[in-house]
Design a binder for this molecule. Sequence first.
Ligand SMILES: *[C@@H]1O[C@H](CO)[C@@H](O)[C@H](O)[C@H]1NC(C)=O
Ligand SMILES: *[C@@H]1O[C@H](CO)[C@@H](O)[C@H](O)[C@H]1NC(C)=O
Ligand SMILES: *[C@@H]1O[C@H](CO)[C@@H](O)[C@H](O)[C@H]1NC(C)=O
Ligand SMILES: *[C@@H]1O[C@H](CO)[C@@H](O)[C@H](O)[C@H]1NC(C)=O
Ligand SMILES: *[C@@H]1O[C@H](CO)[C@@H](O)[C@H](O)[C@H]1NC(C)=O
Length: 950
Amino acid sequence: MATLSLYLLLSWVFLLSLFRTRFAEVLCHADESSALMEFKRSFRTNTTDQKCIYPKVHSWSLDGSVDCCSWDGIECDEFTSRVIALDLSSSCLSGTMSPNTSLFRLIHVESLNLAFNSFNFSSIPYGFSNFSRLKYLNLSNSDFSREIPHDISQLSELVSLDLSTSLPETLHLLNMGNLVYNLTRLKELNLSCVSLLSPIPPVLANFSSLKSLGLRYCGLNGDFPVSIFQLPNLEVLDIGGNSNLSGFFPKLHWGSPMKLLDLSNTQFSGEIPASIGNLTFLNELIAEDCYFSGSLPSSLGHLPHLTWLILLRSNIQGQIPLSFANLTQLSILSLSGNNLSGDTLEWMINLTKLTVLNIPDNRLSGGFPSSFENLKQLTWLDLSGNDVHGDIPSTLWNLKDLEVLGLSSLNGVLDVNHLFKLKNLRLLLLSSNNISFTKPFINTTTWKITHLILDSCNLTKFPQFIGHLSKLVRLDLQYNRIRGTIPMWMWNNTRESLEYIDLSHNFLTGFENNQTNLPLPNLMYLDISSNLLETALLVLPPSILLYNISNNFLSGEVPTSICEVSSLAVLDLSSNALSGTLPHCLGNIGPLIFLKLGRNKFDGMVPHIYPDDCALRMIDLGENQLTGTIPRSLGNCRMLEYLNLGGNQINDTFPFWLSELTYLKVISLRSNNFHGSIEAHLSQLDFTNLHILDLSNNSFIGELPSKLLQSCHTMKVVVGQDKLTYMNIFQLLHLPFGGVGGSMTYAMTLMNKGTEREYRKIPDLLVAIDLSNNKFEGFIPELIGDLKSLRMLNLSNNFLIGSIPPSLAKLIVLESLDISWNNLVGEIPQQLAWLTFLSVFDVSHNHLSGPIPRGTQFDTFGSNSFAMNDGLCGSPLPNKCINGDNAPPPPPSFKVDNEEESLFNLDWRIVLGGAGGGFLVGIVLENLIITKKSRWFMYYSQKMAEGWKR
Ligand SMILES: *[C@@H]1O[C@H](CO)[C@@H](O)[C@H](O)[C@H]1NC(C)=O
Ligand SMILES: *[C@@H]1O[C@H](CO)[C@@H](O)[C@H](O)[C@H]1NC(C)=O
Ligand SMILES: *[C@@H]1O[C@H](CO)[C@@H](O)[C@H](O)[C@H]1NC(C)=O
Ligand SMILES: *[C@@H]1O[C@H](CO)[C@@H](O)[C@H](O)[C@H]1NC(C)=O
Ligand SMILES: *[C@@H]1O[C@H](CO)[C@@H](O)[C@H](O)[C@H]1NC(C)=O
């Protein structure tokens, strides 16, 4: 028996070795190795490319081992030795993919991965239908562009298809439904960042094998098919970033194995149903910036595997369920900017895995949790902007890993000396607290703080420890009550690191020793506006991007050296007592976007060098003593939206060339010495985007500028608005703390109800024309009735003749109409009584006659509105009309949309005082880096790139 067994064993060994030799002899097929070599030769390898890990093709060569089956990245079939898999992901390939690439000769391939290479934005070649056995195709993040070839739709064996990119709008797909229609075996489908610009094809809801569906940033629209939530195998659903995609959660019936659900930045609405508690495998629920209603279901607290719960700004109300105490695996909880209430935070004390607890800007009340003892892994704690009060438990100061601490708007008492125990703190946000940093000296040189946000803290002095923070990048001390001069010790240790300083809205009078040369070589952002500074202008560090010193008592001239600051984007010197002529080079500062020098005492000419690449979007030189003409080179500033030259002594004719600046929204030339005729100008004008035109108080002559008004297309469309917004210019500035954008609100002087006022904000809906106090003559053109979105029209104090055109009744949102002090004749058109928003009306000092209209608004005007005319009669004037009382107006012949809002009846005091007119930059904690490599960081760095702001 034993011999037989031995014999059998030996023959097995023999057979086995025979097999081995035989297979070793069958090498890869020559046609395939040559196809592969040809493919290799068609690219360079670039090992400095960020996506490169290792150039697999370096091992490919016909000299040494000819057996291509042994090359890196190649897998052959065991029996046929045909190449069946090619994995060249992150292989440093660089170059253009040929339309008839030799790859298509490898017809036995079942798996092809070319992800993370750089194919120079060439097209994905047509010919994938050669791979009839292809199961796995990954061409993601490889810099392909243009249309996805439709023959991919024939790969009916496909199990996994990934064509995603990180660069939106490079790849396009005309019809996703056709592409996937026959790919019914798909388990994974990722088309993120491919432009689909369509609804999700309903056929996807039949793909019962689907485990993972990635459609981020695809421009999806329409309704999300709710049946996709019910797919029996779906584990990953990522459809974030499709801002036109609506959808609801299913009330019942979910496909159970869901692990990741990301709906951020979509129009998902409705309630988060209790049935979400059925997703027992759920790891990550991410749905920020959605439009939910209702509250957080307590069933969420029973998801045993939940590690990320991110529901920022998603309109959620109600209490945070106490069941959250059971989310023992939770690592990130981020619920900021909702309307969450709740009078206890006790549920959090047992969540031992929490690293990020981010719930600012809600309505949480009650005290702090009794202890932070268990939350040893916490690196991020932000409870700002709630109503949390009481004593901070001392265990908070033992959280040694804490890097971000946000406790603004606390109602409690903060013993700041504890703060210094948090040695790893990098960002400290304590806005709107009553704090005093009394301790005379605290050694903080080991502190790692980079961002110190202490605005609105009732501080009366600069806290001493600031001078020791050698890593400080950003310092916010605005809206405090700090008096006196800015001490030099502040820069002792911070001088190399500081990039951002906001000291605005204090009572600062100057700099220690009158030093106007800030020793901060890396400063990019400096705002000292709204103080009591009586110094001269500062000498700016060359790195400065934003400099705002408006609203102080600065005097002296602007030195030419200011133009040497080559990165300046925002320069705001307005509302000071600066004088002298403006250096012409001001218009020549390359990156300058906002130039605000209004309300000073500048004289001389408007600066006149504006280079071809002028980037200016706002120029405010109003309320100075400038003379001369408007330099023609200003026409190079093609991005200009706002031009205010009002309140100067400019002596010029109308600058017709402004018509070339198609973004212009506001033109104010009021109160200057402009003259000549506008209407006589021969060529076409184009003021498509104009919202506000103020030419009042000049010496213009000739007919009213009909051609100009006719070209104001924006003024012809009435737009509704859900909530009041103000005109502003949004501008991404690449600031040190993560490229946060900012916005500059428009501010200007306007006449309202007969008084001239400085408005610090202008509602977006305000459309206004002021041509008053000129020498215009002739008729009021009928076509003015086409400017349907006009809110204010002032033609008073001119030499206008003829009658009031009835077409004015088409201005259905008009709130203020002043045509007084002209030579108008005839009757007041009865139709004007339809103007339901009219609150200011003045036709006095004309030669009008006939009955004054009656009806809603007209009954509210006093007799002054009608005074000094030849023959007006009826209420409110004492003289009765001959034919009895003035008759009620005929019914309107068009629909008046009463849902419009009246702007002038708003409380404009809000707009008059306080902040505004400045460059506002949000503080976005989420934009700051926590742990560089965490997904949390990657997630938010993507947000940053999108110009995301709180
Ligand atoms: C290699 O990649 C780097 C980084 O993407 C790029 O700057 C460089 O131009 C590339 N070199 C070649 C030769 O393509
Ligand atoms: C799906 O496959 C069938 C059979 O091969 C074919 O007739 C049909 O045109 C395909 N549909 C699409 C949308 O490609
Ligand atoms: C799903 O959740 C709902 C509501 O919580 C519940 O009524 C239903 O029984 C659950 N279904 C399953 C299959 O667990
Ligand atoms: C946590 O879960 C346990 C077991 O499922 C349950 O008994 C308890 O009530 C839950 N706690 C809260 C606060 O919901
Ligand atoms: C929290 O943990 C403590 C003990 O560690 C336990 O007594 C308590 O019941 C837990 N609370 C909740 C809400 O689970």
